[in-house]
Design a protein around this ligand. Structure first.
Ligand SMILES: NC(=O)c1ccc[n+]([C@@H]2O[C@H](COP(=O)([O-])OP(=O)(O)OC[C@H]3O[C@@H](n4cnc5c(N)ncnc54)[C@H](O)[C@@H]3O)[C@@H](O)[C@H]2O)c1
Ligand SMILES: [Zn+2]
Length: 361
């Protein structure tokens, strides 16, 4: 499956291909990229997938260098970016060279940030290996490191030259990480595409069994939906890209209010979707059936829809610090029906509190 992302001179393709890792070198050659490459990854991902990627690049005639960064969020610091720049200089990389991010969203964000800043921007290719990175983080050109005060506070838009998704890499993900990635997939269906949502409803069993054909279709479908939003709003200037924030206003607040320790991002988004679905019903925007279908699908893919001890005051406080807030108003993305969304700015905190109360088991 080849999905074009049409952004004028910064256009690129998302290639969704089982076994695609072994074809990376061929794709880079087709793009006419310079002969030097640097594969950025963490040690665990490199141990699993590094050899096939490096072999593919070498066979296609590329020189390959590698830099290891810490796994997960620990990678997203200025120190680690500086270590990458050092490695780029050491390897003699120039603006025709290519940085390959092999890994989850953290590797992609850090490697993308290093690529965006080195020589004011060099070729960058995403090879995402988590579901979250495949359907979300690798698409759209957002790169970032964290600041002690907030995640993703320092970064740049830098579009990749290619996103190569090998859906088979999802098979080695730990169960909890795999299911967490499905939250973004469900989100795409709810706000963007009713037929895709129905496919998800029918496909939960083979999806959870990580049946290769189902992974390819569902992950590829989700990439296509995210790409369609990016094409129409590449730098988050219109309301359209807010759609991707569905479940995230409350989801991010739940994460922040629990110091990012209680839920994975996807679990918090699942709870955020449930609360925001009820919020839409409460303010008269959505019917009960729309709310129930969302909850049912999230539960069917093993994501939480209820939680004990949610501190509504702490969560409400956290929503006020949301990066998307404008002039003190928090835009809530709500779903009037499956496959559609509406941005609402004047939600009352009492209504948010009531929606959070629904999360109590
Ligand atoms: N740029 C964006 O638009 C965007 C969007 C969403 C999220 N993000 C960022 O993405 C990050 C989260 O990404 P993530 O959920 O992919 O987690 P992650 O990148 O933190 O990786 C999680 C772990 O999974 C392991 N792993 C990766 N692939 C594997 C595989 N195929 N098999 C087994 N283990 C594997 C890694 O070694 C790592 O330990 C956050 O930093 C978030 O801010 C960015
Ligand atoms: Zn998310």
């Amino acid at each position: 499956m080849q999905i074009p992302v049409r952004l004028g001179p910064r256009s690129y393709s998302i290639v969704v291909e089982p076994g695609g890792l072994a074809k990376l070198g061929d794709h880079l050659r087709t793009l006419g990229l310079g002969s030097r490459t640097m594969v950025v990854s963490d040690a665990a991902i490199r141990a699993r997938y590094g050899v096939v990627v490096a072999e593919s690049l070498r066979t296609a005639g590329f020189a390959v260098t590698e830099v290891d960064i810490p796994a997960g969020e620990d990678a997203k610091t200025l120190d680690v970016a500086a270590r990458c720049w050092d490695a780029f200089v050491e390897a003699g990389l120039d603006r025709t060279s290519t940085i390959v991010a092999l890994g989850g969203g953290a590797v992609g964000d850090l490697a993308g940030f290093a690529a965006a800043t080195y020589m004011r921007g060099m070729n960058f290719v995403q090879v995402p290996t988590t579901v979250l990175a495949q359907v979300d983080a690798s698409i759209g050109g957002k790169t970032a490191i964290d600041h002690p005060r907030a995640k993703n506070l320092v970064g740049a838009f830098h579009q990749p030259r290619l996103v190569l998704v090998d859906p088979l890499t999802a098979i080695t993900l730990p169960e909890r990480d795999f299911r967490s990635g499905l939250a973004e997939i469900v989100k795409h269906g709810i706000v963007l595409d009713a037929a895709y949502f129905e496919d998800l409803e029918r496909s939960t069993a083979p999806l959870l069994a990580r049946e290769p054909g189902t992974l390819e279709r569902i992950i590829g479908g989700s990439c296509r939906l995210k790409a369609s939003v990016i094409e129409r709003d590449p730098e988050e200037q219109s309301e359209l890209r807010f759609a991707l924030n569905y479940g995230h206003t409350i989801g991010h607040a739940l994460e922040a209010a629990t110091a990012y320790g209680r839920w994975t991002h996807g679990e918090a988004v699942s709870l955020g979707i449930v609360a925001e679905a009820h919020l839409a019903r409460r303010i008269g925007l959505a019917g009960g059936d729309t709310v129930e279908r969302q909850e049912r699908l999230l539960a069917a893919v093993g994501l939480p829809t209820r939680a004990t001890d949610v501190d509504a005051t702490a969560v409400l406080d956290a929503t006020r610090r949301d990066k998307k807030a404008r002039d003190g108003k928090i835009p809530f993305v709500l779903a009037p029906a499956i496959g559609s969304f509406r941005v609402v700015y004047d939600v009352r905190s009492d209504d948010v509190r009531a929606a959070l109360a629904v999360l109590a088991p």
